[in-house]
Design a protein around this ligand. Structure first.
Ligand code: PEP
Length: 281
């Protein structure tokens, strides 16, 4: 991905009709966690109506508390992939926390006809789960969205990405999602989107920004979305190649991270803002 001295190959790639590279921009709006079929369908229909072909959907959720909703896991995959096919979704970002999830995803994709592709998301809690990275790198050619570790150096996170590449999977997008600090921050995490051009300089990976997990709450700004919109625009203006963002048809009913979800009514404005920032880049 740019850190091996003999390695000069470009890292742009195409997956299921969608191109990923340091010169493209893809928006992955969707549910942080799948809660029920109805919400998945409403979300995907809104994306289709707004011309989107990518989404995010969480089935396996890594939660701080063992008593919190852990995601529906493989049980929701058949209807999630069926609906994704129905609404023309080409690529869905989905977090995995264990290698067995890759097999479950492949099996469900196969059963629903594989119209949709999955980008395997490795979350910030697993950035340095080297065994998981090695297995995903070795056993799959699905693209991987690797989140930056929230409490480690940038260099350590970039080396984590190399674990995927060194095992054979170079289809990696690197995601900035904010850092933990011990300051009394106004946001859930310290927004680190100033590092978009840094990562692009140091590596050949496309870079994603995640405004939802960085800002972390609509309550951070008086009108609920200002901070989320601003940091997204900052990330895109800095050259981001992908935006991963939480939306929900009824945020108060969301089982995970409802307070940071944007409303479906806001989707067209959000997409318009992203486009304006992209045009200005
Ligand atoms: C997520 O995107 O659903 C998520 C849990 O993100 P992170 O790993 O950045 O906390």
């Amino acid at each position: 991905l740019g850190r091996h001295r003999d390695d000069q190959r470009p890292t742009h790639f195409e997956y299921n009709g969608v191109r990923f590279g340091q010169d493209t921009l893809n928006v992955f709006a969707g549910l942080c966690a799948v809660d029920n079929r109805e919400h998945v369908e409403i979300m995907l229909k809104a994306l289709r109506d707004n011309g989107q072909v990518c989404t995010r959907m969480g089935a396996y959720k890594p939660r701080t508390s063992p008593y919190a909703f852990q995601g529906h896991g493989k049980n929701c995959l058949p209807y999630v992939f069926e609906l994704a096919g129905k609404y023309g979704i080409r690529v869905m970002a989905m977090e995995i926390t264990h290698e067995s999830h890759v097999d479950e995803i492949n099996e469900a994709l196969h059963q629903t006809g594989e119209a949709t592709g999955v980008m395997l998301q490795i979350g910030t809690r697993n950035t340095q789960n080297f065994e998981l990275l090695k297995i995903v790198g070795r056993q799959t050619k699905m693209p991987v969205l690797l989140k930056r570790g929230f409490g480690i150096t940038l260099d350590e996170s970039l080396n984590a990405a190399e674990y995927l590449a060194s095992e054979g999977n170079r289809n990696v997008v690197f995601c900035l999602r904010g850092m933990k600090t011990n300051m009394a921050d106004p946001h859930r995490n310290f927004v680190d989107f100033a590092h978009v051009p840094v990562v692009k300089r140091l590596t050949r990976m496309p870079v994603c920004v995640d405004p939802s997990h960085s800002v972390g709450s609509r309550a951070a700004s008086p009108d609920g979305i200002m901070d989320m919109m601003h940091v997204t625009a900052q990330g895109v203006l800095a050259g981001a190649n992908m935006v991963l963002v939480d939306f929900h048809p009824q945020p108060p009913k969301a089982l995970v991270d409802g307070p940071q979800a944007m409303l479906l009514d806001e989707l067209p404005y959000f997409l318009e803002d992203v486009q304006i920032a992209r045009d200005a880049y």
